[in-house]
Structure formats: structure tokens, C-alpha cells
Design a protein around this ligand. Sequence first.
Ligand code: ADP
Ligand code: MG
Length: 701
Amino acid sequence: MKEERADVTEVFASHVFTEDKMERYVPAFIVAEYRKCLETGSSLSMETADAIAKGMKEWAIGLGATHFTHWFQPLTGGTAEKHESFIEPVGKGRVIMEFSGKELVKGEPDASSFPSGGLRATFEARGYSAWDPTSYAFVEDGSLCIPTVFFSYSGESLDRKTPLLRSIKALNKQALRVLRLFGDTETKSVTSMVGSEQEYFLLDKEMFNKREDLRICGRTLFGAKPPKTQELDDHYFGSIKPRVSAYMKDLETELWKLGVLAKTKHNEVAPSQHEMAPIYTDCNSANDQNQLTMNIMRKVADRHGLVCLLAEKPFDGVNGSGKHNNWSVATNRGKNLLSPGKTPAQNAQFLLFLSAFVSAVDEYQDLLRYSVSFAGNDHRLGGNEAPPAIISIFLGTELQGVIDSIINETSYGAQAVKPIKIGIDSMPFIPRDTTDRNRTSPVAFTGNKFEFRMPGSSQSISEPNTVLNTIMADKLGEFADILEKVPADEMNSALHDLLKKQFTEHCRIIFNGNGYDQSWVDEAKRRGLSNLRTTAQAMERYLCDKNISLMERHEVMTKSEMAAREEVGIENYCNIISIEAKTLLGMVRREIIPAVSAFEGALCRTLTDKIGIFGKDESDVEYTECLRLSKDNRELAALIEKLSASVDGAPADMTVATAAYYHDKVLSVMEDIRLAANDAEQLVPDGYWPYPTYRQLLFSV
Ligand code: ADP
Ligand code: MG
């Protein structure tokens, strides 16, 4: 039977104001003016902005839009919007639909309720949003959404997009310098390309709503592991159930409308866990599109009576969700600079970019670790499923061989009789998809890109990519500084020396073995690599001179912008643990203790009846179960007192020490409560237990 589905080529980007739409709705000389501004970085004249706004409005109204909004990405990590209708009164009780260039270019949302990390004094609540013309506007839910940056009265960035854009600019600048050294005079710009694989759980909405922890915290705070979760590996890539399939189809269509290149969909490792991966695109668009994807995933789920859960670790003992960030560097002419080339010269350039990346990650491993640290991801990193909290790079045997040959000046491979001469010899063929692809590595080279696997499923990819772009820019800049001084005829040997030095100094970050193994933890320690297991530990390393100087040197962030992000991160961490603790307290006190007690009561009544008939027998199952239950209940009661005291005793100031307090004194008690509650759950029948269990939640859809 043929399915009824609209023509995808028609649907794709139908709700996006692409260049193609601009050409249709805006006069040609205005489009030319707009393109010139984009190229040179100059600002648009009001006349041009007005004409574009008019075209955008006409187009948006055609799709049923009645409102417009500046769409921005505050420090919360999500997106924000404030909708205004197009209506303009014209007398006699009539309105027309208006949208001016001024409204397109600049907005002034009241910023007082967004976290600013102290960047904005309360008396100066104003925040400004400004159009980012490098990302397309789109229509969603009746509103024309204009991607914008968000900043304070004094011009400091209050969002996640601005530093990302600045890092893209920095990478462009330094990468171009390196390309020029290789005689490339044609490339106009360089940017990072990103494809982020999005993992998620789908739960039945009714079931979800019965669990306060899921509703409030997005993750379960207790729950006994069902007899079967991912052990049989039968869910991964398994056939997709009809209800899930209907969701995925609907999701795809909505994403396509918004120009998101939704490409693959499949079941993930855990039951009820799935993944959607888009085709990669430029870093700025990929970031915006991932934000849109997360929003649309939640909305579409609601229409299907489902809840889309993006939390990193919603179920203890069950595989968690990440967001693999595939990252490469490409020119405006479509050449991937992380792709090993065929000729000796291409290979020399590839090896230079590769060594820049390796050195950058080694030098700034703590900064990269910081970029993925928050409460939700702490449950994932270092657990035996996600990459460990130790940063290392997997290169695979072929590349490792090349690097060894460079470091040791030994011959490479079976055919080679002499060491590889950079820029003179060809490098051996590097397969795109090595079969020994290491799944345990936090940063893996997969043939022509790096897959950074540490980001959490719920997080904005802007921060990890800001760091990747900036550290890469820094290393490329450092290399350019050295090589620009070298005469042309000495270039190959200078390149060779530089590569040898870099790979020798930074090879400790390369690890091709099993990252889940305890022996790696010991080995990493010997190599002097960081193992920052918690958000507090990662935060502590963030605001140091080295990182500040890096960010300031490339004009990505000022010290105060970084300090603001640290403050927001710490506050967010403490608030999340505090909310989780209070949720758990309520659930245990109001529902679990009484439920256990009620079942104990039932057992006692049965026991009393039995004693009346058979006399006392202490091996009676009612008796032994009752003892265990009442032990659990006593333990739960004592632990919630302890938790309550810990929460009350938390320091009020938002410092790294406070974050550490929440980890050591609050979260740890929550884990003890989880164990006691799980034990009780396994003894109490479903009819008495107040909440849906993992068994019910994970197999409900
Ligand atoms: P996996 O086996 O890890 O799922 P895929 O080949 O399906 O690998 O790619 C995963 C993601 O990587 C996709 O989003 C894809 O578009 C993206 N990707 C592929 N090539 C590149 C590249 N050169 N730069 C950035 N991302 C890329
Ligand atoms: Mg992958």
C-alpha cells in the first residue's frame, strides 16, 4: 500500500526564509546590497532593512503568521522568544499588518528574568537582541522567528550564540593564514561544520505524568532496574514500533519544513531510547537547528500522547543519552580540511590541521571538559557507558602509525623503506570508516571529522563548539606565526620539525584503547591527564589565566563574560540538585513511606489472622517480609531527615565550594535514598506502590 506523504522536496524549508525566498520577495538590488553587507561585515542601511522586513512579512503572512519574534539563546541553554503581532491601527477601528526594518534588526526584550551572571545590574534590566543574518528566519507556530544575538546595555554578550559566532570568526581568520602558507589564494572563508546526533527517550504521557520526579526534574530519582533493559542488545537498530514510527514521521516532516536536514532515525541501545541525526551543516546553523530540533521533538511528542525526554540520565542503570558532536573544518569551496588528501602537499596540510587539533585538545582539555559539565551530564560522564570524564583522542591504527613515524623518524608501514618526508612523500591511504572505530573514546577521529561524544543530550551545542573552534584557531594561529617567517624553500623541513615537536609534546592525549577500563584511569594519571569527574571539579579549572587569555586573545569572550558563565553554571548546578532533593523528599515522605507502611499493615493483618489459626511461626513469609520492609522504611525516614538537614545547611553563596557541597552532601544522600526506595519497591506489589516503575515506564510505548 502506498503511503500518503507530501513531496519532501516541496516540504523542505517551506517555512524558512532562505536566499531563494529572499530573491522572490525582495527586489534584486536590495538582495545584492544585503549580500555585500554579509561579505564585508558592514551594517545594513535602514532602507535595505525595511525592504527585507517587508518581503519577510509578506512571505510569513502567506504561511499564516500573525506575529514576529526575536528568537535568542539566553544563558539558560534553551531558547527564548517574545511574540509581537504585526498589527498596526490605522484609524476607524481598522488595522494593517506592519513589520519594519527597525523591528527586524533590533529588539529590546525585557531581560530582567534571564540569568546574566551579574553582567547586568538590576537597575539596568534592558537587554538587546540583534538580527543574525547568517542564520535564516523561519515561521513556526504562527510566528516569524528571527534568529538573534542577545546582549546587555554595555554590549556584553548575554547569550550562547554570540561567543559561538565570534569563535567561528576566529577560526576563519587563523585557518585562512595557514591555507595561504600552502599557496591557497582562492579560499575566501573557512568555518567548522557540525552534525549533532540527538538521542532521546519517548515515554507515554499518562505514565510520565504520574511521576513527580520526571515531571519536575526530567529524570527519575529512584526506580528498581527491570530484569531486562539493554542487556540483549535487541533494541539497538531494532524494528520501530508503530506509535514511535508515527512520531518519527511527524517529527521529520516538521523538521524538514524548518529546513533541518533530518537524515537518520533509529532505535538506540536502551528500551524507549531513539536517535535522530541531521546531515551536517555550518556550525552556526547546526547550533540553531539543534535548538529547534529539541523544541520540535517535545512539541510533536505531545501531539502523540508522548513525552520526549532529553535528560542525560533519566533512568539509573539504563543507558543514558548524549549528543555526539561531529566536527570538521571546511572551506567555502566545500573542501574538508580534516580529510586526508591524495598528494604529498595535501597530506602535509592535513597533518598540520590534525596536529593543531591534537595539540589544542591536549593543551585545553580542562576547558573542553568544562564545556560539557552540568548536573545532568555528571550522571553520564565516567559512568560505564558514556565516554569517561578523562579527555583523550582516538586516532585509529593507521594514523597512529603515521604519527609514530613522524615522532620517531622511522619508516611507516610494510612498503615504506624510509621515514615519511612531510610535503614530499605521500601518506598511506587512511580508510574513512575503520572497523575498529572506538566507541569508548570521548573524541574520536572518524576518517574526516572528529566526533566529540561528551556533550549531553539536553545541552546546547554552542559552548562545546565555541571551545573547539577557539582552541583550534589558537593553535593554527600559533603555527602560522612560526611558518610565516620561513622562506619557501625551507617550508617542508620547517613543517616536519613543527609536526614532530607538536606530536611529541602532545601524544599523551592520544589513546586508542578501551576508555571504560580501570587501567586507562591509572594510565591517564601517569600521563598527567585530567580526570574531572564532577561539575564542581570542572568549574574550578575554568576561570584561570590561561583560558581567559585564550578567549580574550581571539576576542571570543572577555573575562567578565566568562565569569558570568561560570556563575550561571554554578547557580544552575546548585539549583538543580536542590530542586531534585526537595522533589525526592516530598515523594518519599508523602507517598513512599505511607505506601510501604500500608503494605506492611496488610501483611501484619494476614499474619495476625494466621497466628489466630496456626499459632506463632517466625518463618512465616509475612513476618520476614515485614521485617525487611520496616527496615527499609525506618532507613528512608532517617535518610530524609538527613537530606532535609543537608539541604537546609547548604551555603547561600554560589561558589564552586557550594557546588561541591551539593555534590558531596546532598546528592550522595539522594543516592542512599534511591537504594532504600528501590529495595522497598521490589517488595511492594504494584497496587500499593504509588508510582509507575521502570518496568512500566520503559516498556509503555
Ligand atoms: P555514525 O555512525 O556515528 O552515526 P554518520 O556517518 O552517520 O556516523 O555521521 C554522524 C553525523 O556526522 C551526521 O550528523 C553526519 O551528517 C555528520 N558528519 C558527517 N560528515 C561530517 C563532516 N565532515 N563534518 C561534520 N559532521 C559530519
Ligand atoms: Mg555517531
